[in-house]
Ligand binder design. Structure first.
Ligand SMILES: Cc1cc2nc3c(=O)[nH]c(=O)nc-3n(C[C@H](O)[C@H](O)[C@H](O)COP(=O)(O)OP(=O)(O)OC[C@H]3O[C@@H](n4cnc5c(N)ncnc54)[C@H](O)[C@@H]3O)c2cc1C
Length: 455
């Protein structure tokens, strides 16, 4: 391992930057982080940045490796399943996992970010706020910085620079200038907007607390995640253009009418609906794939900077945190041979981040549309019955991604095989009791290897 004096520069103190800093400092490296925003612990966050995240097994594992998870239990709310709201206001609960341990955890992005920055500083990281990376010299490794308050320009020299600067990465923009740099970005035709359900008069939650609430309506969707202060952070997903779209909702009365017709049971819970709607920005959702992620053992992209994905599998930060643990595990195994390390890191991760990017897009259709479809719900019941009977062989794709750490690419491939098995078993039945278990035995044993062999 390199001596502690070896400095590593990280660009971005979002979610991945501070976590990576902690893991590196625990291995004796000195870390400096440059963040373009002001310090969020001192400046009020701008609207639209308080969206909640669902943390699951991969993210939790990384937080445990950094010694942070136990301290976070008081800022998370476990969500046991999806609570679907029909237009008529009927509720249907669909558990995420096969038991109480299989939950996803709602956490405020801001609280998580603050906890990570605090912990990084406690470990000795120097975090420079209001410092935008305005360029990176691919030959010398010098980082150009601009102070966002004073416009002063400075340069930071460091032998290793890691871009944790999110989906609009400035580091990646420099790497685009390289010969044969591969890059693709795919925007959805849908945008999102943050809204709020306030707490009740006694500070209580006005909806079931241990659930992720979904109002699926074909090509549009509202979701709500619980906060510890009794509020729910909601996200409205709508097409940018068309009849029911952000472009069509330009006046408070239109927003009110739209919500009354589509999400009537949510309206009484959202007294500041129009105010929130017009105060908060409309965000875009993009899938970014690129390669290579590294430049000659000097520079590396990690997290959204390397692989931004759409949010419908709740895996953006879980996969980013898994990047962090993968990088330091390689460091522990191979030492600080950076060119080799970065190449190995990309080899191990890219196939998996490509897979979760594709699964996240697939899950968009499932969440907004199919969760309300009775045939889909029946298949989910059969899936659960198969999982109970064959716990090591038939594990739903959602569970493989969310409650296990098997590589995403393996989860995707197994998920496709299981979908074929499920389609065959459900073809001519409408009740779980009518399942042909002999055929299930045959198909599962023929096509699936035990999961424990893949962990
Ligand atoms: C609506 C929505 C819902 C989501 N829900 C989930 C979820 O439920 N579960 C989940 O796992 N993931 C979710 N995600 C994804 C998750 O938010 C991202 O994957 C995660 O934030 C990526 O972390 P990051 O550190 O790579 O980037 P970011 O969190 O974006 O941080 C990048 C940081 O770099 C800074 N920066 C940018 N440019 C520069 C520059 N030039 N110089 C210096 N600093 C710079 C930024 O200010 C920022 O602080 C969601 C995303 C969205 C949009």
């Amino acid at each position: 391992m390199k001596p502690a004096s070896d400095k590593i520069t990280l660009i971005g103190a979002g979610l991945n930057g501070p976590l990576l800093a902690i893991l590196l400092m625990r291995r004796g490296f000195a870390v400096e982080i440059y963040e373009r925003r002001p310090d969020m612990r001192r400046v009020r966050m701008s609207a639209g940045r308080s969206i909640n995240l669902a943390l699951s097994t991969r993210g939790i594992h990384a937080l445990q490796q950094a010694g942070l998870w136990d301290g976070m239990r008081n800022i998370i709310i476990p969500m046991k399943g999806r609570m679907m709201h029909s237009v008529a206001g009927e509720l249907t609960f669909q558990p995420y996992g096969k038991n109480e341990a299989e939950v996803i955890n709602s956490i405020s992005r801001a609280e998580l970010n603050i906890a990570l920055i605090n912990a990084a500083e406690e470990h000795g990281a120097i975090v420079h706020f209001n410092q935008r990376c305005s360029g990176y010299d691919l030959k010398t490794g010098a980082v150009r910085l601009r102070n966002e308050k004073t416009d002063e320009e400075t340069v930071s020299e460091s032998s290793i620079v890691i871009g944790c600067d999110g989906s609009a990465s400035a580091m990646r923009a420099e790497m685009l200038k390289l010969n044969r740099f591969n890059f693709s970005q795919q925007y959805l035709d849908y945008g999102y907007k943050e809204l709020t359900i306030p707490a009740g008069p006694q500070g209580e939650h006005l909806l079931e607390i241990h659930a992720l609430h979904i109002w699926p309506r074909g090509n549009l969707m509202l979701i709500a995640l619980p906060n510890i202060d009794g509020t729910f952070a909601c996200i409205l997903f709508l097409p940018f253009e068309g009849t029911d779209s952000f472009a069509a909702l330009t006046a408070p009365a239109q927003v009110a009418r739209f919500f009354e017709s589509r999400f009537p049971d949510a309206v009484p819970l959202m007294p500041q609906l129009a105010e929130n709607y017009f105060a908060n920005p409309t965000g875009a959702m993009v899938t970014i794939k690129c390669s290579p992620w590294h430049v000659e053992g000097r520079a590396l992209l990690l997290g959204d900077a390397a692989h931004a994905i759409v949010p419908f599998f709740g895996q953006g930060i879980n996969s980013g945190f898994e990047d962090c643990t993968c990088l330091v595990e390689l460091l522990d195994r191979c030492g600080a041979d950076w060119p080799r390390l970065f190449a190995e890191f990309e080899k191990e991760r890219k196939i998996n981040t490509d897979a979760i990017a594709d699964m996240a897009i697939e899950n968009f259709t499932e969440m907004r549309d199919r969760v309300a479809d009775s045939r889909f719900l029946f298949r989910k019941k059969v899936e659960l019955a198969l999982e109970v009977k064959y716990p090591q062989l038939f594990v739903p794709k959602y569970a493989m991604v969310t409650f296990h750490r098997i590589p995403y690419s393996v989860a995707m491939a197994r998920g496709a095989i299981q979908d074929r098995i499920l389609a065959e078993l459900c073809e001519s039945i409408n009740r779980v009791e009518d399942l042909d278990w002999n055929n299930a035995d045959r198909l599962i044993e023929r096509d699936l290897t035990p999961l424990e062999l893949l962990q």
